[in-house]
Design a protein. Structure first.
Length: 183
């Protein structure tokens, strides 16, 4: 199975890349963090996921059986105190990049006939996330996109959004709102 994972350098993306590799997948781990990718036992690509050329570079590695869109960033604190440029950056990476990559992969026939498009959402879709409003919005958008994409894909392909619970990763610690509960 040919598997592509974005945001594979750290956290959940890294764990998924290792698990897919261990089960025998041919994994392409994609992230901007070259140093963190360097010790993965998989094929790697160091790319900015928000650049249009990235989608074409990934498409050129097809056919792809599974793509997991795991890359994401957040901004925490009172919504009005986060600079508008950072809100835009969150939306661009968390929501627009997976849509763009998916569009290019489909337009270029880079997905196998029985492929899966998996999008990593957030429990904020169901509960709200007052400490990270634009993050929550980007993940809600991704969930809606996945539901609609699933209805429009060619026969044999599927799309789904997964909603992991709180994770003890460096990413989660970096973006956890002040005074958030540690579990």
């Amino acid at each position: 199975m040919r598997t592509v994972i974005t945001g594979a350098a750290n956290g959940l993306g890294r764990a998924l890349a290792l698990a897919c590799h261990d089960r025998g997948d041919r994994v392409l781990a994609v992230d901007y963090d070259e140093r963190a990718l360097s010790d993965l036992p998989t094929e790697t690509l160091t790319l900015n996921l928000t650049a249009l050329v990235t989608a074409q570079t990934i498409a050129d590695r097809g056919p792809i059986d599974l793509i997991i869109h795991c890359a994401g960033i957040s901004g925490t604190g009172p919504f009005e105190r986060i600079p508008p440029e950072h809100h835009a950056k969150i939306i661009k990476l968390n929501f627009e990049a997976p849509m763009t990559i998916t569009s290019v992969l489909l337009a270029h026939g880079a997905m196998s006939d029985a492929s899966t498009h998996a999008f990593v959402g957030s429990l904020s879709t169901f509960t709200g996330y007052p400490g990270a409003v634009s993050y929550a919005a980007s993940k809600d958008g991704l969930a809606s996109f996945a539901r609609s994409l699933d209805k429009s894909l060619p026969k044999g392909q599927s799309a789904a959004c997964i909603f992991p619970g709180p994770l003890a990763t460096e990413h989660a610690a970096r973006y956890a709102p002040e005074n958030s509960a540690k579990t």
